[in-house]
Ligand binder design. Sequence first.
Ligand SMILES: [Fe+2]
Length: 290
Amino acid sequence: MTSNSPFSLDNSDAYARWREQKLKSAQMAPEVTLNPLSLKGSQVEALKKNCREQNFSLFSFDHTPKHAEIAIHQLGLALGLNDIDNNLCAEDSGITEIRVKETSTDNVYIPYTNRPLGWHTDGYYNMPNQQIHGWLLYCGHPAIEGGINGLIDHELIYIKLRDQNPEWIAALMASDAFTIPSNVEGGNVIRGDSVGPVFSINSDGHSLHMRYSARQRNVQWKDDENTQAAASAILDLLNSDDDHILHLTLEQGQGIISNNVLHNRSSFTDSDDPSQRRVIYRARYHNRVA
Ligand SMILES: [Fe+2]
């Protein structure tokens, strides 16, 4: 652990200073409006500042870009998000269109249904060297009803837990705190066990990464008293009406940029008209907003 980091348990002074500042800036949900064809330096700086302070920012494009993928890609690059994650479902650009999809395999991926998606950070099942540190969502079209995103800065969850019991933080920082068992399809191992901490300090020493899923099945919390208690405390916080949890329904042209904060999604109802169905574009990055 980096000893001068506010996240280091042996540095309560740095923690107290950082905590005060963090809680001060966590009061509102910031939004920045941009022209997708001409990103202004001041607007990009405003987005970066929001991400520095709250680990996310809302944004909206002042008009619908003709090519959403290109506009998203450009916005990501302007924010220093240059290490895009290419997953199996992503189009060539690395940007995934999330909509209800019929699937031919037995494995139903909840993101591509209209079902609720529980609290998580992206890529919690990735290997340690493939962690996701940033993501960007952009709404091409909202649902008729629902599809509400919950958001909370994971650094606020850290504060709420550390204030209750610092030993929970130590347990969650252990390198074997949280395991996602391997993914095996048709007898082939697609991904091995993903074992790692829940909270880890980024290499800058002053920002935090979180690996988390509220799923109860196919996740293994370390069998130890503090880890188990910490896991229930996180779940209780996420299921509470805590003031710091933001609930928002992205409108067409609106999006979220984040340093992989905790999020969820409610179920939704789609239109019968295929052209009016919910479409969210998503990009995931291995790096954070600069
Ligand atoms: Fe996600």
